[in-house]
Design a protein around this ligand. Structure first.
Ligand SMILES: [Zn+2]
Length: 308
């Protein structure tokens, strides 16, 4: 951060936040300190899915204890996209229930370029969206069924990057819906869940149809998790060039600094969070952009903000 501030000063950017090059970003970190396995029960059977092996979990609220013992709804891709005339939550109430959804979006599933953006993933395909939409629908928890091809990474990546610890913006002062728990189940675990509901993978294929209807699976998921929450403040580094004619109109360029630290070794034994591509190249590009904006003979009419 200090390095970035010094670079901004050397380039000749003005501080972007009053007299400061830093902008406070309040954060909330949640950690699953303990969880039971996930019990799947139907009218005539019951089995457990193993934590970290068959499923992973993140806590999206600061509640210290989360107790799931709720009905499960399969909601296809979990997408509500009026502009694509698509609603996977049509005519079903998932309030306080658990939703099970597919990764990616129907364009990927069908490979039909007239549906969503075909094979190119839209925001509706990202897992962050799935959890946001489940929260808007009032669900208590949401599990994404992993699929290596559709996600573009194997379940091992899900396992190592979502092992119970996550960072969010501190939204205590912003009333916004959240699910208590966000999770992923492996493809094998999903098969067992479908079988317990008397279904098979044809149910997954049916989610590609516009006529797909969300389905109450006749199952319950039960689990008890303990969560610890920690609040802290991170910082953005922010600098600007004030516009000559329209200083109140602002163009923002942004990149991010992360990948700091050491964690669980990957399959090659590398435990360092290497960040040359993600996102040191972005930062270097942004610094060059700032340098070149400063060098312009004709100064920009609008304010240019650089935020890292
Ligand atoms: Zn990154």
């Amino acid at each position: 951060m200090k390095y970035l501030k010094t670079q901004f000063q050397k380039i000749g950017l003005q501080p972007g936040n009053g007299k400061s090059y830093f902008q406070a970003v309040p954060m909330m970190e949640t950690k699953i300190t303990h969880t039971t396995d996930l019990t799947v029960s139907s009218a005539n059977q019951k089995f457990d899915l193993k934590y970290l092996q068959d499923f992973v979990l993140l806590a999206q609220t600061p509640k210290p204890e989360v107790d799931l013992n709720d009905e499960v709804v399969f909601a296809g891709y979990g997408v509500v996209a009026p502009e694509y005339n698509w609603n996977d939550y049509a005519n079903i109430d998932v309030k306080n229930k658990i939703v099970l959804v597919l990764v990616n979006d129907p364009g990927y599933g069908t490979e039909d370029t007239t549906i969503f953006k075909g094979k190119a993933m839209t925001y509706y395909g990202r897992w962050t969206y799935k959890f946001e939409e489940a929260a808007r629908q009032g669900a208590k928890a949401c599990f994404v069924i992993h699929n290596t091809a559709a996600a573009s990474y194997p379940f091992s990546v899900v396992q190592t990057s979502n092992n119970g610890d996550d960072l969010y913006l501190d939204e205590r002062n912003i009333p916004k819906p959240h699910i208590d728990l966000a999770g992923w189940v492996s493809a094998d675990a999903a098969k067992k869940i479908l079988a317990a509901a008397g279904k098979d993978t044809s149910l997954i294929v049916s989610a590609n149809e516009r006529a797909f209807k969300p389905l109450d699976m006749g199952l319950k998921f039960s689990l008890k998790a303990s969560v610890s929450t920690h609040y802290s403040t991170s910082r953005n580094v922010i600098g600007k060039i004030i516009g000559t004619k329209r200083p109140n109109e602002v163009i923002i360029y942004t990149a991010h600094w992360d990948h700091l630290g050491i964690g669980i070794p990957d399959e090659r034994g590398d435990s360092i969070y290497n960040g040359a591509l993600d996102n040191a190249t972005g930062i270097a590009g942004l610094l060059e952009l700032a340098r070149n904006f400063k060098k312009l003979k004709i100064k920009p009419e609008r304010t240019i903000v650089f935020r890292l």
